[in-house]
Write a protein that binds this ligand. Structure first.
Ligand code: AMP
Length: 297
């Protein structure tokens, strides 16, 4: 595996790859890799000849009070894990390489307006602008055939898919099912912030989604009923402060009052100083269970 930190060096290397007729996959990450990230890499490797993983803690997507400075970083460990997952190139730019004038001096942004303003966008107003901008930059640098994202960040997938469509970017966006701990907690680099009591509390997030699944399976279609049942489960644990619970249409993230054929049930909660998110996509009589996040009712 090559480790490359300069944009020009990466472009030069990938030009050779393309000349040989090989396909390229990109997996954007912020590092501190876990099995969720590795699932994306393995899927990318199955689908493409060469896999580029970027590790970049993107300052543009963090709010002023958020954890940019303390976000966990361990490049040596990440390099070992990525190499073992079959990654060909690890792209590890410094902030100055991605934002040569400084990220505060950026004048050009990609803003996927309504989609970035809902759900997590309410409490993280510039987050998806930062995500879409850095992913657009990575798409231009790497020019991948396929790009791999986790369903765990469902809103991110929807924002990126829309950006790709609106801007005619020639890449296939692939969403990979959420990888979870045995008790259902979605893997996240931020889980290491949790104390043992907080970690214990955090399992209720998945339990509340599981209850939503059960209710939907039993025919409940009133979103308010589902949300209040989920709140009831989470209220048992005083360590959990709910940011939002949302039942939306995955096509446009518009809230649904009466659930139709598909619903994105998503939540965000603060547990201690850690903000965690999780979600499930429900499809009416999906017939096949197409992934860990999707269930038929
Ligand atoms: P991050 O490093 O948190 O920005 O995540 C990089 C990519 O890994 C994103 O596309 C995430 O959605 C994805 N990802 C993070 N956690 C998981 C998980 N538990 N399962 C599947 N994908 C994940």
């Amino acid at each position: 595996m090559d480790i490359i930190s300069r944009v020009m060096d990466l472009k030069t290397s990938l030009k050779q790859t393309r000349l040989k007729g090989k396909t390229i996959a990109l997996v954007p990450t912020m590092g501190y890799l876990h099995d969720g990230h590795l699932a994306l890499m393995r899927q990318a490797k199955m689908d493409h000849d060469l896999v580029v993983v970027s590790i970049f803690v993107n300052p543009l997507q963090f709010g002023p009070q958020e954890d940019y400075q303390v976000y966990p970083r361990d490049l040596n460990r990440d390099a070992e894990l990525a190499a073992a997952a079959g990654v060909d190139i690890l792209f590890t730019p410094l902030v100055g390489e991605m934002y040569p004038r400084g990220h505060q001096n950026m004048l050009t942004f990609v803003d996927v307006h309504a989609l970035g303003e809902r759900l997590c966008g309410v409490s993280r107003p510039d987050h998806f602008r930062g995500v879409a901008t850095v992913v657009a930059k990575l798409f231009h640098i790497v020019e991948p055939d396929g790009a791999y994202f986790g369903q765990k960040d469902a809103q991110q997938v929807i924002v990126i898919e829309r950006m790709v469509e609106d801007l005619n970017i020639n890449v296939k966006v692939v969403a990979v099912p959420t990888v979870r701990e045995a008790d259902g907690l979605a893997l996240s680099s931020r889980n290491i912030y949790l104390s043992s009591a907080e970690r214990q509390a955090a399992q209720l997030l998945y339990k509340s989604l599981d209850l939503a699944k059960e209710k939907l399976g039993a025919g409940e279609r009133d979103a308010a009923v589902i949300v209040s049942e989920m709140r009831r489960i989470l209220a048992v644990e005083p360590l959990i402060k709910i940011d939002y619970i949302s039942v939306s249409d995955p096509a446009d993230l518009a809230e649904q009052k009466i659930i139709k054929k598909t619903a994105l049930v998503a939540l965000a909660a603060q547990i201690g100083r850690t903000r965690l998110i999780d979600n499930m996509i429900w499809r009416e009589s999906a017939g096949v269970n197409s992934g860990a996040d999707q269930f038929a009712g």
